[in-house]
Design a protein around this ligand. Structure first.
Ligand SMILES: *Cc1c(COP(=O)(O)O)cnc(C)c1O
Length: 404
C-alpha cells in the first residue's frame, strides 16, 4: 500500500476507483503481499523444510485458500466446514491437520473418511471417541495430541491459549495417559505432538519456553513422534509501536530442538500469512461534533470488522486521499451499529475529513471477514483480490434478499 500523487494505492489500483466501482465497505487483498509473506515465511525456516498448514479460520475465502494452495501450503482447520472448504480449494488431505477442543462425532467421522494427515486431539475423551469411530470403520487413524505447555504467550489475554487456565490442549499428566491409551489401541496411530500457545505473538521467548516444555515431555516418554506441530501465532506489525517477531531467534531455537529430537516440524500460521494483505475501505456517512471530539461515522461497522470490539485491537487507519489540513479535534471512528463497542479507533491529528470521504482500515486480512456477521441485519461486504492492475471479485457483496 502506498500513496501516489496523494491517492492511496494497493498495487496498481487507486482505492478511490474501487469505492466508485464496487461501493463500500469493501475488503481488498493484495496478491503480491500474500506471495511476499509466504516466501518470507518459508525462507525463515528453510533449513528444516517444515510443512506449513495455513490456519483457515483466519480467512475463509475459498479463492484466497486456492491462491495459498498454489504456493504449496496445506491447511489447519477447526471445523468440518473449514475442512470441506480446504478440500474444495484443492488442498490435498495429506496436507491437512484438524485442531479444536470440541470436534463432534460427525466431524471426526468425516475427517477419517477424507484420510487427512492428522486429527490433533485435545482431550482423553476425544481420543476415545476417535478410537471408537475408527474401530467401527475398521480404519487406522493418524492423530496428534495437543499439549498445553502452560506457557504465557505475552499477548492479549483473549487470544492466549497456552496457559493452564485456558481450555486448550492437555496437561503433562493427561498427555502421558493418552500416550499409554494409544499404545493399547489398534486403530490409533499416534504420530504428532502439537502446541499452539496463542496469537499475535511478538516476542520469541514464549516460543523458546514452549520448545523447552515440548522437549521435556519428549524426554519423558518413550513414544517416537514423527511430527511436532508448533502451531502458529506469529504476530504482525499493526502499529508503529509493535516490535517485530524475531524469526531468526525462533528458527535458532527450533534448530537447537531438532538436534535433540529427529522429527518433522509443522506450522499453522494464519495472521502472519494473510493479516497485512487486507484493507477495508469505508466511506464517512456523517460527522458528529460532540464538543470534545468528533465522531466519524463510517459505513463499515463491527459486523464487518469485529477485532476492535472483540479484543480492543488497534488497526492503522488512513485517508484514501491525502491532504495537508490537520484536524484540531480528536476523531473517533465508529460504525452505525447500536453498540457502544462499535468503534474502530480514536486518533489525534488526523487530516480534516468531510462527509463522503473515504478511509482505509489496514491489516484486516486475518480475522476480519472471517469474523464478520450479519448483526443489525447488515449484509456482509464484497471481497476483492488485487493483482497488479487487475481486480477480481472473490466474494460478492451479500444482498438483503440473501439474509431476510
Ligand atoms: C488460530 C489457530 C492458529 C493460527 O493462529 P495465528 O495467530 O493466526 O497464526 C493455529 N493453530 C491453531 C490450533 C489455532 O487455533
Amino acid at each position: 500500500m502506498k500513496y501516489n500523487n496523494k491517492k492511496l494505492f494497493i498495487e496498481k489500483i487507486d482505492l478511490n476507483k474501487i469505492a466508485i466501482k464496487f461501493k463500500t465497505p469493501s475488503y481488498c487483498y493484495s496478491h503480491s503481499k500474500l506471495k511476499e509473506n509466504i516466501f518470507k515465511f518459508k525462507k525463515s525456516f528453510k533449513s528444516f523444510n517444515p510443512l506449513i498448514c495455513f490456519a483457515v479460520k483466519s480467512n475463509t475465502n475459498v479463492n484466497i485458500i486456492r491462491e495459498i494452495k498454489k504456493f504449496g501450503l496445506g491447511a489447519d482447520v477447526v471445523s468440518i466446514g473449514e475442512l470441506m472448504l480446504a478440500l474444495k480449494a484443492g488442498i490435498k488431505p495429506n496436507k491437512i491437520v484438524f485442531s479444536g477442543v470440541g470436534k463432534t462425532s460427525l466431524e471426526i467421522s468425516y475427517a477419517i473418511e477424507k484420510k487427512i494427515l492428522l486429527i490433533n486431539a485435545e482431550s482423553l475423551s476425544e481420543i476415545k471417541e476417535i478410537n471408537r469411530i475408527a474401530k467401527s470403520k475398521k480404519k487406522i487413524v493418524s492423530v496428534g495430541i495437543r499439549l498445553n505447555p502452560n506457557t504465557d504467550a505475552k499477548t492479549l489475554k483473549q487470544i492466549s491459549t497456552g496457559k493452564k487456565e485456558n481450555k486448550f490442549g492437555v496437561n503433562t499428566n493427561t498427555f502421558h495417559k493418552i500416550v499409554d491409551y494409544c499404545k493399547n489401541s489398534n486403530n490409533i496411530n499416534l504420530k504428532c505432538l502439537s502446541v499452539h500457545i496463542g496469537s499475535q505473538i511478538l516476542d520469541y521467548k514464549p516460543y523458546e519456553k514452549m520448545l523447552k516444555a515440548v522437549s521435556q515431555i519428549l524426554n519423558k516418554t518413550n513414544h517416537k513422534f514423527e511430527f511436532i506441530d508448533l502451531g502458529g501465532g506469529m504476530g504482525i506489525k499493526y502499529s508503529g509501536e509493535n516490535k517485530k517477531l524475531n524469526y531468526k531467534k525462533y528458527n535458532t531455537a527450533i534448530l537447537k530442538f531438532l538436534r535433540k529430537h529427529k522429527v518433522k516440524i509443522i506450522f499453522e500460521p494464519g495472521r502472519s500469512i494473510i493479516g497485512d494483505t487486507g484493507t477495508l475501505i469505508s466511506k464517512v456517512i456523517y460527522i458528529k461534533d460532540s464538543g470534545s471530539k468528533k465522531f466519524i461515522i463510517l459505513d463499515a461497522a463491527m459486523n464487518d470488522l469485529m477485532r476492535p470490539a472483540l479484543y480492543g485491537a488497534f488497526h492503522k487507519t488512513l485517508p484514501v486521499t491525502k491532504s495537508k489540513k490537520i484536524s484540531k479535534k480528536t476523531y473517533e471512528f465508529v460504525g452505525p451499529i447500536c453498540e457502544s463497542t462499535d468503534r474502530f479507533v480514536t486518533l489525534k491529528n488526523f487530516q480534516v475529513l468531510k462527509e463522503k470521504d473515504l478511509i482505509a482500515i489496514c491489516d484486516v486480512g486475518a480475522y476480519g471477514m472471517s469474523l464478520s456477521s450479519n448483526y443489525n441485519l447488515r449484509p456482509k461486504p464484497i471481497e476483492l483480490l488485487i493483482k497488479g492492475s487487475k481486480i477480481k471479485v472473490i466474494r460478492k457483496r451479500q444482498k438483503h434478499k440473501d439474509i431476510i
